[in-house]
Design a protein around this ligand. Structure first.
Ligand SMILES: [Zn+2]
Length: 467
């Protein structure tokens, strides 16, 4: 229900948690948001022991609801069967996702073979209420709501979004009951989105199989999710929350759509960035309780200041196909420029530290030689793909973020009190006159979309000369 998301939610204070002891017994409303086309919508969830699914299944059958069963999900629905709507595939896809979630948390599937969730895919809520399958204690959710291993979701017109929503609620059910999850909201919501985001890949028999893709490679992989677009929009408007804001429980922000995209982004960063992935996975294998932030910060080797800057850099550049290994940034401070220095801009990588540092207002001239390869072009008449080559002024064959692909970009990381931290471009092209915006190293990169870098090759040879 829309009004719910704007309201502070009642997380118990630490004293109350202590009194209750076992997190399994804490039945605390935790409004969880499901992101239908980025219309804010509370879903909600409660940590609880898994309850028996068989009696609910029998109730659904008595009420003449359609019951679809997989190994780990029973789905009851009043949605009439419609050929090609994908609803019959949902329990099977849920089972495929379940296997992936077990891997994520290092759970041996053999130990949870009996685990089942009971989901209701609802067209007419009254029908479920009359059947006793939608208790009055469940809030009037807009898109979905999860309570232990039970969840309810409003039917969606888009099959892709229906499937995503089912897996989002399913991920809540999994973490709430199998991991006793009671973490701050950013992890609760972020991990549900992380675990639910997928694409379907057809196997040899033409069956669409679940492939976990927490950071989508292409826009079409995740129809109507819109998280990346939302992050870029808030970034452009200068209102992106900082990591410190994202990871604190901020009840007042429940209706803030950007805050939800940010939560997904924080989990993706920690789970995928080479600097954090191993440590984050270790934290995720430990208690997922209200102290999760403190546990993370206390991990040997975890650097929260570094995490904050990496988060800003990720949000600065976020796009489909973002690859943390390829785009990882070397933040070393660099050496003062006293004589012409050589550097390179590799077309396959993101921002690269030249090793040259300037003082604020310091000037240099950066010249570039050579060509890089930006993937290939396909001429149907030609036997083989033709390499696309560029020099440092770029080629207007394609554009990315307002500039031709292949253009050499020169930037510094700028943090001021008045604008969001990010890479500020100071010059472009084969001969760039640079005036430093701040004290710090110069970074370079070849302009291209993050998802298009994998098939790039070569580097521009750069000379950086003091002025
Ligand atoms: Zn949720």
């Amino acid at each position: 229900m829309e009004s719910e998301v704007g309201l502070p939610h009642a997380l118990p204070g630490p004293g109350r948690l202590g009194e209750l002891g076992s997190m399994k017994n804490v039945r605390t409303p935790v409004p969880l948001l499901c992101m239908a086309i980025w219309v804010a919508a509370g879903d909600g969830g409660r940590a609880a022991d898994a309850i028996a699914v068989a009696p609910l299944t029998a109730t659904a059958r008595r009420a003449e609801l359609r019951v679809l069963e997989g190994r780990h999900l029973v789905l009851a629905t009043d949605r009439p069967p419609r050929p090609g709507d994908g609803v019959d595939d949902l329990p099977r896809i849920f089972d495929e996702a379940f296997a992936c979630w077990c891997v994520h948390y290092g759970i041996d599937p053999a130990t949870v073979g009996d685990w089942r969730a009971f989901g209701c895919l609802v067209v007419d809520r009254e029908r479920f209420r009359a059947a006793g399958l939608l208790p009055a204690t469940i809030p009037d959710f807009m898109n979905g709501f999860c309570d232990g291993n039970r969840f309810w979701m409003a039917d969606q017109s888009n099959p892709d979004y229906r499937r995503h929503l089912l897996l989002h609620e399913g991920a809540h059910a999994f973490t709430l009951t199998l991991r006793d999850l009671a973490t701050p909201d950013w992890y609760t919501e972020g991990i549900a989105e992380f675990l639910a985001t997928h694409r379907l890949e057809r196997d040899a028999a033409g069956v669409g199989r679940f492939v976990h893709a927490p950071l989508p490679a292409r826009r079409g992989d995740v129809e109507q999710l819109g998280r990346i677009e939302e992050l870029r929009k808030t970034r452009a408007a200068g209102v992106s929350p900082r990591l410190a804001d994202v990871i604190v429980a901020a009840p007042g922000k429940h209706g803030d759509i950007a805050a939800y995209a940010s939560r997904w982004a924080a989990v993706v960063l920690f789970a995928r960035h080479p600097e954090f992935a191993r440590l984050f996975a270790a934290a995720e294998r430990g208690p997922l309780d209200a102290d999760f932030n403190a546990r993370l910060a206390a991990l040997p080797g975890w650097d929260m200041a570094r995490a904050a800057r990496e988060y800003d850099a990720f949000i600065d550049d976020v796009d489909y196909g973002y690859d943390f290994d390829r785009l990882a940034i070397d933040w070393s401070p660099g050496r003062p420029l006293v004589a012409p220095a050589a550097a390179a801009a590799d077309a396959a990588r993101g921002w690269q530290n030249t090793g040259v540092a300037l003082q604020a207002g310091g000037r240099c001239r950066l010249t570039s030689r050579g060509r890089v390869r930006l993937g290939t072009a396909h001429d149907p008449a030609a036997p083989a793909a033709t390499p696309i080559e560029s020099e440092a002024d770029g080629i207007s064959l394609g554009w990315y973020r307002g500039r031709p692909v292949g253009t050499l970009l020169v930037a510094q990381w700028v943090e001021t009190a008045t604008e969001p931290p990010g890479f500020r471009i100071l010059g472009t092209g084969a001969a760039a006159e640079i005036t430093a915006a701040t004290a710090g190293p110069l970074f370079v990169r070849v302009n291209d979309a993050p998802g298009d870098r994998a098939d790039n090759a070569g580097a521009y040879a750069l000379t950086i000369a003091p002025r």
